[in-house]
Design a protein around this ligand. Structure first.
Ligand SMILES: NC(=O)c1ccc[n+]([C@@H]2O[C@H](COP(=O)([O-])OP(=O)(O)OC[C@H]3O[C@@H](n4cnc5c(N)ncnc54)[C@H](OP(=O)(O)O)[C@@H]3O)[C@@H](O)[C@H]2O)c1
Length: 232
């Protein structure tokens, strides 16, 4: 399948690589190709500049958001939450309409340092904002509650764990479920929370996630939901 990944950071690179390994045709989208390929700095987690990853992954195409949107049959949104709406606006509605968008982004505001706060929360979410702004896209929020390595390789954790899914369109959610299963997620651990407004819950779960990362001293963990019976 032709897949577009919006975002060239750690999450975008990790997902693009996995999709390519699985045999998909992949194009990664960015704001400005020229300046991205000129960058010499490491990223915020100390990974080498994008151009090194690009050189090592020759089969993965690079385009601006418009080109990437036109390329993909499905789009994965791995942009910084603060730039998500702008990135999709620059992609052009004609390239987005009717497409399934797997939205892994989080509306995190790092302007006051760590831990981040949310620039949209409580009665709204970034997933809903994206769906509202582009009503003809089929936005499915998922994977935003795990580290990118875990997103594409849940077997890195010592047990099966859960992933949440939020979206308005049932067939789009089925397509995303199938993609997640191709990444290694088991069907019975995928929890469909309901429509896109349920993304309020999973985006805000990231407030717990960042504190767990501090307490556990690793980003390699996930939530596991355990059910029980009411007492008689
Ligand atoms: N990293 C993870 O393990 C992880 C886990 C769960 C969820 N997420 C979510 O996935 C998304 C991507 O995370 P990330 O860690 O890969 O890196 P990031 O630094 O949050 O995002 C980097 C990407 O966002 C793009 N972007 C577009 N508009 C932007 C703007 N106005 N300001 C800043 N960046 C903009 C950048 O584009 P250019 O290429 O044009 O610079 C770059 O490709 C985030 O929403 C994050 O919350 C990440």
């Amino acid at each position: 399948m032709k897949m577009s990944v919006f975002g060239t950071g750690f999450a975008g690179q990790t997902i693009a690589e996995k999709l390519f390994q699985l045999g998909h045709s992949v194009m990664v989208g960015t704001r400005d190709i020229e300046s991205l390929l000129k960058k010499d700095q490491k990223d915020y987690i100390g990974r080498p500049p994008f151009k090194e990853w690009h050189a090592a992954n020759k089969g993965i195409e690079l385009g601006n958001y418009k080109e990437a949107a036109a390329f993909g049959e499905m789009i994965i949104n791995a942009t910084n939450g603060a730039g998500t709406i702008e990135a999709f606006e620059s992609a052009g509605e004609e390239n987005l309409n009717n497409k399934v968008v797997l939205d892994i982004s989080n509306p995190l505001d790092f302007s006051k340092g760590m831990p981040p706060s949310f620039f949209v929360c409580n009665t709204d979410s970034l997933g809903e904002t994206l769906q509202r702004t582009f009503p003809k896209m089929k936005v499915v929020k998922s994977l935003n509650t795990v580290n990118a390595y875990v997103m594409v390789n849940p077997g890195l954790l010592s047990e099966d764990t859960n992933i949440f899914i939020s979206g308005n369109d049932p067939s789009a959610k089925e397509e995303v479920k199938n993609l997640l299963m191709s990444f290694g997620w088991k069907e019975k651990y995928l929890i469909d929370l309901g429509d896109i407004s349920t993304a309020r819950g999973t985006e805000q779960l990231v407030a717990v996630w960042v504190r767990l990362m501090g307490a556990l001293n690793t980003p390699m963990f996930n939530f596991k939901i355990v059910k029980g019976n009411l007492p008689q």
